[in-house]
Ligand binder design. Sequence first.
Ligand code: UGA
Length: 435
Amino acid sequence: MRVAMIGTGYVGLVSGACFADFGHEVTCVDKDAEKVETLKSGGIPIYEPGLDMLVARNAREGRLSFTQDLAEAVRSADAVFIAVGTPSRRGDGFADLSYVYAAAKEIAGVLDGYTVVVTKSTVPVGTGDEVERIIRETRADADFSVVSNPEFLREGAAIDDFKRPDRVVVGTDDDRARASMNELYRPLFLNETPIVFTSRRTSELIKYAANAFLAMKITFINEIADLCEKVGANVQEVAKGVGLDQRIGGKFLHAGPGYGGSCFPKDTLALTRTAQENDAPLRLIETVVEVNDARKRAMADKVIAACDGDVKGKTVAVLGVTFKPNTDDMRDAPSLEIIPALQRAGATVRAFDPAGTVEAEKLFDNVEFVSGPYFCAEGADVLVIITEWNEFRALDLKRLKSMMKAPVLVDLRNIYTLEEANNAGFAYTSVGRPN
Ligand code: UGA
């Protein structure tokens, strides 16, 4: 099939490359000339393991191309995906749909022959109806269906999530659209991946409900971690004992500094706003949002407490600033709350991140970024692990300790054990485990 992917952000680029790899002919469209040039010349504007190879191979084999020319791409497409951003609107937390609607209008003007218009961006319930209305209003004669097909990709594991998903969700009541979507995802159906065909509104809600549930699961275990600290229990063992119950499941029960990223914070907030607007408030999720915000701030207090209650004039070495490993994404990263709070308390902060430095340097004031974990620890009063990059999991703790001014390790991702840290001579603080 011929596919036009509007938006070469994270979702658009990964989905476009993966559809090309399924054998479809994909044109990725972006308004940003520089981005299109970068992509055309083989550069990848985002950090995602494996994406460079996937893009290069499919481009070389002629199935994947990049352009600024939306009209040309849409005219020849059987399916047009809208994968533009839906950021939180300043002030009220609702999803900002202006890019989605602008894309719908532009697409409408150039539709040619039966076309499936698919919303891949995370959009509130009812957006598909509005996209359909806009297209109809712009082009009364157009032959099209609007389908919701949310993505469930995790940054850092996006290609695998696209190619081996737990399920594919498709929201449409239209048989022709259903047939097109079946064709698009054919390689997955051959693998017996479950597809949930449902109504468009239900599909839109599935996406938000899934993210809200995962955010709730993380927040739940984070609060249990706080309780574990008070009563002398171990949150990792609680998570294991609880998660083996198949009704609960063990995934997304890792306690830490609070969830961040481009999705959970934005989507939980948008869902609570939709729920309030429809007079069916989601009080659980409202609380999740509040608890998670407060948690990020509380992590700075944890570091300060580990430094005998005072970081004034001390050097804090931070390992990992991105919201999670295997990404350079800094959006809503816990480090954005923790580091400034430590600075306000009088600390000097030095940091290392394997991929996030370029982005992070724009976001922090007075943080020195260095080129490796051992440089980072040199002369520091405390070492804080905020993001669990794999390369931090097997550090030479004895060497680190010997380089530091004071032997204090705060591990906000529980990647070491008390025993390992103590053996290396560290005073150790982690999350929800006995110190
Ligand atoms: C999330 C969802 O997992 C995807 O299914 C979804 O498609 C995506 O949002 C989206 O809506 O686009 P992502 O934000 O890439 O994916 O990252 P996750 O791996 O879900 O992690 C989100 C945050 O939760 C991170 O800050 C991570 O550190 C934190 N987390 C995750 C925990 O603190 N504990 C856990 O057990 C799991």
